[in-house]
Design a protein around this ligand. Structure first.
Ligand SMILES: C[S@@+](CC[C@H](N)C(=O)[O-])C[C@H]1O[C@@H](n2cnc3c(N)ncnc32)[C@H](O)[C@@H]1O
Length: 292
C-alpha cells in the first residue's frame, strides 16, 4: 500500500461554510492533520492556528502550508493555554475533525491498521510523549478493564468474547504485533455486516491508547470558552462514542441559550462517500455561541 502524501479531508466545503469564515477573523483548527481544512480557511482569509498532537502531522503541514498559518504541536485538551499563548484567546470559530488521519492508518509501521501484520502493536498518536502502547494495554489490563475497553465499540457479548480470547492468548505468550491481535480477533461476530472482524476491536484499543473520549470531554468546554459571541464550534466525529459526547455537550449549551445549528448531524454527500471510504461514517455538528 502506498503512503498518501496528505490526509483526505472530509466535508471541506461544508466545514468552511459552517464556520462562516471571514477575512482576518481568528479560527482554530484543533486537529490540524495535514492541513486540508486549515488551508481552505486560510485561503478564505481566515487567520488560523492549527494544533496537532502528532509532531509528524505538524512537520508535514509546515511544509504544505508554507507560513500560511501558525502551527503548534500539542494536545487539544490544552487548547485554552495554547490559544492564549499564541494570541488566539478569542476566536470566531473552532474545528475538531476527530480521530486519526489516513496517514496514521496507512503508516504500516505504527500499528493502527491491520494491513501490516508484522508491525508492532503501537497505536500512539504521539510516540514521543505517550508511554503506553496498545500491546502494553492488552498485556496488562484486568479482564473487567479489557471488557470495558472493548465495550466502547462492541456489544457486551462480543466484548466478553474478545476479552476471553485476549486472556487466553496471553497465558501462553505476550501480545506484541498486529498479527497477534488479528489472531485474537479471528471469528469475532460483531453483528455488523460488511465490516472486517478486526475493525471494531482495533478502534476500541486505539481510543483507549490515546484517551480519545476523555480528551474530547475535556476539550469541548475549553474550546467553547474561547469563542466570541456569534462564534461557531464545528465537530466532525466518526463513531457513536465520539458523537454522543458532542451531542450531549451541544444539547447542554442549547439548554442554556446557545443556538444549535444542526438538530441532526450533517453527513457527506453520496458522491464524497463514494470516493472517500472514511467519509461514510462522518457526522458533523455545529453550535453557535450566542451567550457571552
Ligand atoms: C482526522 S485527522 C484531521 C485531518 C485534518 N482535518 C485535515 O484536513 O488534514 C485528526 C487529527 O487529529 C489529531 N489528534 C487526535 N487527537 C488529538 C488531540 N488530543 N490533540 C491534538 N490533535 C489530536 C491526529 O493526530 C490527527 O492528525
Amino acid at each position: 500500500m502506498n503512503q498518501p502524501k496528505y490526509h483526505e479531508s472530509v466535508m471541506v466545503s461544508e466545514v468552511v461554510e459552517s464556520l462562516h469564515v471571514k477575512k482576518a477573523h481568528k479560527y482554530i483548527d484543533a486537529t490540524l492533520g495535514t492541513g486540508g481544512h486549515l488551508l481552505e480557511i486560510a485561503n478564505l482569509g481566515g487567520d488560523v492556528l492549527g494544533i496537532d498532537m502528532d509532531p509528524e502531522m505538524v512537520r508535514i503541514s509546515e511544509s504544505r502550508l508554507a507560513g500560511k498559518a501558525r502551527l503548534v504541536q500539542g494536545n487539544f485538551i490544552n487548547i485554552d493555554k495554547i490559544a492564549e499563548d499564541q494570541g488566539y484567546g478569542r476566536v470566531s470559530g473552532i474545528l475538531f475533525d476527530l480521530g486519526v488521519s489516513n496517514l496514521h492508518l496507512k503508516d504500516l509501521g505504527r500499528g493502527f491498521s491491520f494491513e501490516n501484520p508484522d508491525a508492532s502493536l503501537d497505536m500512539r498518536i504521539n510516540p514521543e510523549t505517550q508511554g503506553i502502547k496498545a500491546s502494553d494495554l492488552l498485556n496488562a489490563l484486568r479482564g473487567d478493564q479489557l471488557r470495558e475497553m472493548f465495550e466502547t465499540t462492541l456489544e457486551p457479548g462480543a466484548a466478553r468474547w474478545i476479552t476471553d480470547r485476549v486472556l487466553s492468548f496471553r497465558e501462553n505468550q505476550a501480545i506484541k504485533t498486529v498479527s497477534d491481535l488479528l489472531t485474537i480477533c479471528r471469528g469475532l461476530r460483531t453483528g455488523k455486516s460488511g465490516l472486517n472482524e478486526a475493525t471494531l476491536p482495533f478502534l476500541a484499543i486505539r481510543i483507549a491508547v490515546n484517551s480519545e473520549l476523555d480528551n474530547i470531554k475535556l476539550a469541548l468546554p475549553k474550546a467553547y470558552k474561547l469563542l466570541e459571541k456569534g462564534g461557531r464550534l464545528v465537530v466532525i466525529s466518526f463513531h457513536s462514542g465520539e458523537d454522543e459526547i458532542v451531542k450531549d455537550f451541544f444539547k447542554e449549551k442549547q439548554n442554556s441559550g446557545d443556538k444549535l445549528i444542526t438538530f441532526k448531524p450533517v453527513v457527506p454527500e453520496e458522491s464524497e462517500k463514494e470516493v472517500n471510504k472514511r467519509a461514510r461514517s462522518a457526522r458533523m455538528r455545529i453550535l453557535e455561541k450566542t451567550n457571552d
